[in-house]
Design a binder for this molecule. Sequence first.
Ligand SMILES: [Zn+2]
Length: 47
Amino acid sequence: MIHSTGDTPGKGYYSCRSCGKVIHLDTDEDALPACPRCGKADWHKLS
Ligand SMILES: [Zn+2]
């Protein structure tokens, strides 16, 4: 499942589709940022 910058898909780990950078959202209210490494906007959730 693909999510974009500004989405609030819920807490958990997300990996950048472009560079593989992994980030963590602490709460269900947190929005996905632009990737801090490459600046892209597409993320997929890690399970
Ligand atoms: Zn990236």
